[in-house]
Design a protein around this ligand. Sequence first.
Ligand SMILES: C[S@@+](CC[C@H](N)C(=O)[O-])C[C@H]1O[C@@H](n2cnc3c(N)ncnc32)[C@H](O)[C@@H]1O
Length: 243
Amino acid sequence: MHDPRNAAAFSAAEDDVFARIAGRYDRLCDVFSLRIHRLWKSHMAARIADHAAGRILDVASGTGDIPLRVLRRLRHRTGEIEHLIVSDLCPEMLAIARDKLSGTAANLEFALLDAHDLADVPSGSIDVYSISFAMKICDRERVLAEAMRVLKPGGRFLCLEAARIPATPIHRAYLAYMDWCLPLIGRLAADGDASAYAYLLRGIHEVPSQDALAAELQDCGFSDVRYDNLTLGIVAMHVGRKP
Ligand SMILES: C[S@@+](CC[C@H](N)C(=O)[O-])C[C@H]1O[C@@H](n2cnc3c(N)ncnc32)[C@H](O)[C@@H]1O
């Protein structure tokens, strides 16, 4: 049965799609988003860098695009971050992140972590928690509860995720375009691996609205919750603070 808290109904235990596509993931992001994901990630990284001090935890880092951009931003402000944890549930994705980031900073840690259960991360130990394009494939309630647990009081939460274009007719047209276009280009770009775009497609259909996700953050206990719409609201970046 579809769990409304997991928009894409994805379960890593049942499908190792990210292990299968790890080597093609960056190319798929370019193809599926017409390279616009680079702008969204740069925006997210800039906001993380604004708050970057102490210990940063990026969960579901994939091939490391967000940490890479954060470190580029901070290059001229060395010493601000004490520690950056780059993490993912999938060893194949994390291995690519490790290659990409090797030699960029001394204070990096790579960790296999499940966003639902960050057991190795002590409570109240993190200054900045970030998650990009993974909330729609996870159980949001569990992920938010873990983010709240590991953050220090006053710590920042940042989430970049597919969203709903506020103008409903435009959102419907966007979904219709994606329904038509993703299987077509996805089949070619992912060498016929339908999972590579099926979760993305289900996720963008079922993702909560920006206001609904903001309410979930508040229900979990976050304060100062806000969001920015990017590219009309195709994607949104939510931020919050642990009181
Ligand atoms: C769509 S990719 C996003 C990667 C990266 N953040 C980016 O923006 O390019 C989703 C990532 O989430 C990871 N993932 C899926 N379920 C996870 C979980 N429960 N905990 C941690 N990572 C997970 C996958 O292995 C994959 O690397």
